[in-house]
Write a new protein. Structure first.
Length: 92
């Protein structure tokens, strides 16, 4: 299971967004793991389908598939300084 999740994480495009900030950046799987291991406050959003999420996901990730993106504001932390990481399957 760990190998599967690691493979998924490596293959996924990770985009970091700070709520309320114009700063957007990229984060690779290793950087995300270090952030999570350091117990820093981070919300991980899996933007894949529910089936893909059930098949394997990053621990503690919140699944918000494309068809539910309209409710994203109610699901994310209200703290504007929170680190929010989105990942998906990628294009194509």
């Amino acid at each position: 299971m760990i190998k599967r999740l690691s493979a998924i994480a490596v293959l996924l495009l990770l985009t970091v967004a700070y709520a309320g900030a114009a700063d957007l950046g990229m984060m690779n799987a290793e950087e995300l793991k270090k952030t999570m291991d350091a117990k820093k406050q981070v919300t991980v959003v899996d933007a894949r389908t529910e089936k893909e999420f059930r098949d394997g996901h990053i621990p503690m990730a919140l699944n918000i598939p494309p068809e539910k993106v309209g409710s994203i504001g109610t699901l994310l932390p209200k703290d504007k300084k929170s680190l929010i990481v989105f990942y998906c399957r990628g294009t194509g």
